[in-house]
Design a protein around this ligand. Structure first.
Ligand code: G3H
Ligand code: 13P
Ligand code: ZN
Length: 322
């Protein structure tokens, strides 16, 4: 089937109590690892491209890689989404250039300005059969080299969501309930220790999510910054010359719980990066004389595939839903 929008995916996910995985893609091995897992597990998927990915790999290369995945995986629905579109022009370029979904992220702007920019993108996108994700609230963390400190982040205000969605016409809404971008989502000082001495982050604000859902019945909610930062890959990186102390993510049970509620799209990028980097570091430690990229990218791609398979089955609940 050709590239799809997220409309049908989200409706089924909302009704079925699961979420669609939105995985960031930057190169061929990442596209292959994700989509091979989705094809084998019969899961719909969103492949998303950031401004940084477009700058790194080039718009056309990324679109063609995703089109190749569509040909290789004809049985599963695949959407191509712009992640954190910074302005109208970037969104327009992706809408004109083959994407089926765009995010306009004007969440750092005042409320009225966020509405105005988002509405302009929605008008253009809908005229071209493309759907739009918007954002209210500010996540902490790093994205596209913009760093938002924990103090400058803010949870979404549920009392703003109806006006925002009605005035913009957006198709899905990203909200801030305590997730954050990157591999360092919480400082150890923000966490408590469990009986095994493992750091436990503060729980997500399910009260905010529930209040938003009550005000927007049936409307798909999006969670950014939802990597769980698998400790086995952090350990693999640190055991093989890396230095990533105190990398902490979102506990997977909480993401599973969010997926059972109104969250229909869960964004995962950092976990893929950790799997790829950990695998390549370990490979070179074992094979210091190797220099063929196919040798070290092969296990990296395989581990991305197994990580995505685990997310589809155990976290998102979307395996078998294609
Ligand atoms: O939220 C940001 C995504 O992880 C993309 O990261 O801007 O470094 O490509 P990036
Ligand atoms: P992570 O950094 O938690 O993987 O979040 C990715 C994301 O939200 C992309 O938009
Ligand atoms: Zn994000």
């Amino acid at each position: 089937m050709p590239l799809v929008t997220t409309t049908e995916m989200f409706k089924k996910a909302y009704d079925g109590g699961y979420a669609i995985g939105a995985f960031n893609v930057n190169n061929m091995e990442i596209v292959q690892g994700i989509t091979e897992a989705c094809r084998e597990e019969k899961a719909p998927v969103i492949l998303q491209v950031s401004k940084g990915a477009r700058a790194y790999a080039n718009h056309t290369y990324l679109v063609k890689l995703v089109e190749a995945a569509v040909i290789e995986c004809p049985e599963i629905p695949i959407a191509l989404h712009l992640d954190h579109g910074p302005d109208f022009e970037t969104c327009k370029s992706c809408i004109d250039g083959g994407f089926t979904s765009v995010m306009i992220d004007a969440s750092s702007k005042p409320f009225a300005e966020n509405i105005e920019i988002t509405r302009k993108v929605v008008e253009y996108a809908h005229d071209h059969g493309v759907v739009v994700e918007a954002e209210l609230g500010t996540l902490a963390g790093v994205e596209d080299e913009v760093k938002v400190s924990a103090e400058d982040s803010s949870y979404t205000h549920p009392e703003e969501v109806e006006e925002f969605v009605t005035k913009t016409g957006c198709d899905s809404l990203a909200i801030a309930i305590g997730t954050s971008h990157g591999a360092y989502k919480f400082t150890p000082a923000q966490c408590t220790r469990n009986e095994k001495g493992i750091l436990v982050p503060p729980p997500l604000r399910f009260d905010v999510l529930e209040e938003v859902s009550k005000r927007l019945p049936g409307f798909p909610i999006v969670l950014h910054g939802s990597s769980s930062v698998p400790q086995e890959y952090v350990a693999m990186i640190n055991a093989n010359g890396g230095k990533m102390p105190d990398a902490i993510g979102i506990p997977e049970e909480q993401l599973r719980q969010a997926a059972r509620l109104s969250v229909c799209k869960i964004n995962i990028d950092s976990d893929l990066r950790l799997a790829m980097t950990g695998t390549i570091r370990a490979y070179f430690n074992e094979h210091p004389d190797h220099f063929d990229p196919r040798q070290y990218l092969k296990p990296a791609r395989a581990n991305i595939k197994e990580l995505v398979r685990h997310k589809l089955i155990d976290v998102l609940g979307c395996a078998g839903k294609a």
